[in-house]
Ligand binder design. Structure first.
Ligand code: MRU
Length: 365
């Protein structure tokens, strides 16, 4: 997608080198810094500290991390320890495990001296497929948008609510929940996006708002607590979010705050969509609310905020009494019954058992 008018990807191979370039997402939107990753340790660190984040991008970065590890130690022991190092970086987004399993399955049948090349190739494939998958999600989502727009009394602008960041910077390109917005806008539809700031890490404020601005899409930043008010007043036509892990029963783990949005949409009959690649579905988990692991993050993310000060420097400030206890669950789980449809690369599916079976078949699993 576009940065200052130039087409870029969130993770790019550096030609002629076994290395990739990523954007350091911890300093956006105030600074655009590209970092080079070329070792297992650098890739694992980038995921852990959220220089890269978002389920599909975590998966792609982990795959490249695995490829770097195979340059360093392609033995059977190296294969296993690299898997464990990368697997331990973040717990909720299942694309991490999906990508690692996929690369490991290729490598296990190979002699160690062949593993570095094979892993690099597989990581590249994962990246390329991510782009195609998200473009397809965008196409299906755009059709959904057109249907909602056609039903809207008085036409005008389609008002879309989103939470967190599920745009191209959470993926390799296009994004999941934001892909339909890009495609609808590029196709001439008048779309306006309500961007929920997404405390505590501010992915909406710092990443989604930045992406939408780069693409020239009208948007308005809101505090997370405003969404209910807007939905109640008829100012939201649909809500669309991404996902970090979807269970076999259609329950959706996504950034903390998603569940409240789904509840208010249900109450006011506003459609609530979840856009995801099928690599985000964990078919081993039957009940998402009970069994999807939820990342517990540092209390400091709640007690402090970071932004630009009057001198234009990044600064972190305390927003509560010194020593206040804080709890920071990174994700929540929205029951499948609150989801109008899942929008995937294979089309749209409801979360009832029949449709989830259809979706599994479509994904060839
Ligand atoms: O903690 P993060 O920033 O890695 O969270 C992931 C997300 O960006 C969202 O939950 C997103 O909606 C799903 S990933 C496309």
């Amino acid at each position: 997608m576009k940065i200052e008018g130039q087409h870029r990807r969130a993770i790019e191979e550096i030609s002629g080198k076994r290395a990739v370039r990523i954007i350091d997402q911890t300093v956006l939107p105030h600074q655009l810094t590209w970092l080079t990753l070329k070792t297992l340790a650098e890739a694992a660190h980038a995921i852990t500290v959220m220089q890269v984040r978002g389920a599909p991008l975590i998966g792609a970065t982990a795959a490249y991390g695995y490829a770097f590890a195979m340059k360093e130690d392609p033995s059977d022991a190296g294969l296993e320890s690299a898997y464990q190092t990368l697997f331990a970086t973040r717990p909720t987004a299942v694309n991490l495990r999906w990508a690692l399993d996929r690369v490991r399955a290729v490598l296990q049948g190979l002699e160690p001296h062949l593993r570095a090349d094979a892993a690099w190739h597989e990581a590249g494939q994962i990246g390329e497929e991510d782009v195609k998958t998200n473009a397809a999600i965008g196409g299906h989502g755009q059709r959904v948008f057109r249907e909602v727009f056609a039903d809207k009394q008085g036409g005008g602008v389609l008002n879309v609510l989103t939470h967190c960041n599920a745009g191209w910077i959470a993926c390799v390109d296009w994004g999941t929940a934001i892909a339909p917005i890009y495609q609808a806008h590029d196709g001439g539809m008048k779309v306006h996006v309500w961007v929920s700031e997404t405390r505590p890490r501010g992915q909406g404020a710092s990443l989604t708002a930045w992406e939408l601005k780069q693409h020239g899409i009208p948007h308005t930043l809101i505090v997370d607590n405003e969404a209910g008010h807007l939905v109640q007043r008829g100012m939201v036509d649909l809500c669309i979010v991404g996902a970090d892990r979807v269970a076999a029963n259609g329950d959706v783990a996504n950034k903390i705050g998603t569940y409240l949005k789904a509840l208010v949409c249900k109450t006011h009959h506003v459609p609530f969509y979840v856009a995801l690649p099928t690599s985000t579905i964990d078919w081993t988990i039957r009940n998402g609310i009970k069994d999807i692991p939820i990342e517990q993050r540092s209390a400091r993310e709640v007690t402090h905020v970071t932004g630009l000060n009057a001198k234009g420097r990044r600064e972190e400030v305390l927003i509560c009494p010194e020593g206040t206890e804080a709890r920071n669950d990174g994700f929540d789980v929205t029951p499948g019954r609150l989801v109008t449809e899942l929008i995937t690369e294979y089309g749209t599916f409801s979360t009832n058992a029949t449709d989830m079976r259809r979706l599994r078949l479509a994904a060839g699993l």
